[in-house]
Design a protein around this ligand. Structure first.
Ligand SMILES: Nc1ncnc2c1ncn2[C@@H]1O[C@H](COP(=O)(O)OP(=O)(O)OP(=O)(O)O)[C@@H](O)[C@H]1O
Ligand SMILES: [Mg+2]
Length: 223
């Protein structure tokens, strides 16, 4: 699905990705793990075509991002908190974003809102949403166009325990239906319960790669 080849990213003199190579298999859930500032979000943004690499290349389904294609053909992303129009309700925001690509199908978007645990009939404007509600709407926005590739940067941020369980099972279901998912998370359990492959980054370098068998029974109680 995705191949990152010898990616280098510099901001001025600061090298934030140094020779990063990662292969993401079609149909897998791939975890990115690393301390704050290790380069996870920068890597995700380069995959989306949001920031160009200094050297190296990223291929999505065989095409070079930034050269042959602007961004992956079919992708949804939640990176560093989604941007919403805060004066409008959640459903209105989804309709607006959806309308940029397709005719909004209100019934479908209402179903997506319910899928992520939000009330589509709520008139509450997004500016009044709690952090977890915004996170849920962010996930709705990322999945609503049924992308083949889903990029999620800390998607569980702000979600309560039940929200985390719901999102894990939602992501597992999407993956079972064929969506390839790249997820950055600081929560070890997200990684162990969801991911097939894990890439560990430190100071912009890949320090370890692991194969993991997701634990289906990850629903057990925790804090
Ligand atoms: N636009 C930018 N200009 C300059 N430096 C940047 C820019 N974006 C990111 N960086 C730097 O790149 C490094 C990697 O940042 P990145 O956001 O990818 O880290 P991260 O692994 O996502 O961290 P976190 O776990 O905190 O989200 C950091 O040192 C950061 O300061
Ligand atoms: Mg980050």
């Amino acid at each position: 699905m995705l191949e990152v080849r010898h990616a280098v990213k510099q901001f001025g003199k600061a090298v934030v990705l140094r020779d990063v190579s990662v292969t993401v298999e079609t149909g897998s859930v791939h975890g990115l793990v690393g301390r704050n500032g290790s380069g996870k979000s920068v890597l995700m943004k380069s995959i989306c075509g949001m920031i160009p690499l200094t050297a190296g290349e990223i291929l999505c389904e065989g095409k070079v991002i930034g050269r042959e294609i602007e961004q992956p053909d079919s992708f949804g992303a939640l990176i560093e908190g989604p941007g919403f129009l805060e004066d409008f309700p959640g459903l209105w925001n989804l309709k607006y974003l959806y309308s940029l690509k397709a005719r909004p199908d209100t019934a479908y978007l209402k179903e997506i809102m319910r899928t992520v645990g939000l009330d589509p009939e709520s008139r509450l404007r997004v500016g009044k949403y709690s952090m977890g509600m915004k996170g849920r709407l962010g996930i709705a926005q990322a999945i609503m166009e049924k992308p083949r590739l889903l990029l999620l940067d800390e998607p569980m941020n702000g979600l309560d325990n039940r929200g985390v369980q719901e999102m894990r099972s939602l992501l597992r279901n999407l993956n079972k239906k064929g969506t390839t998912i790249i997820i950055a998370s600081h929560i070890a359990e997200d990684i162990s319960t969801l991911c097939h492959n894990i890439t560990y980054l430190d100071q912009g370098e890949v320090i370890r790669e692991e194969i993991n068998i997701p634990e289906e029974s990850g629903e057990a109680g925790h804090a």
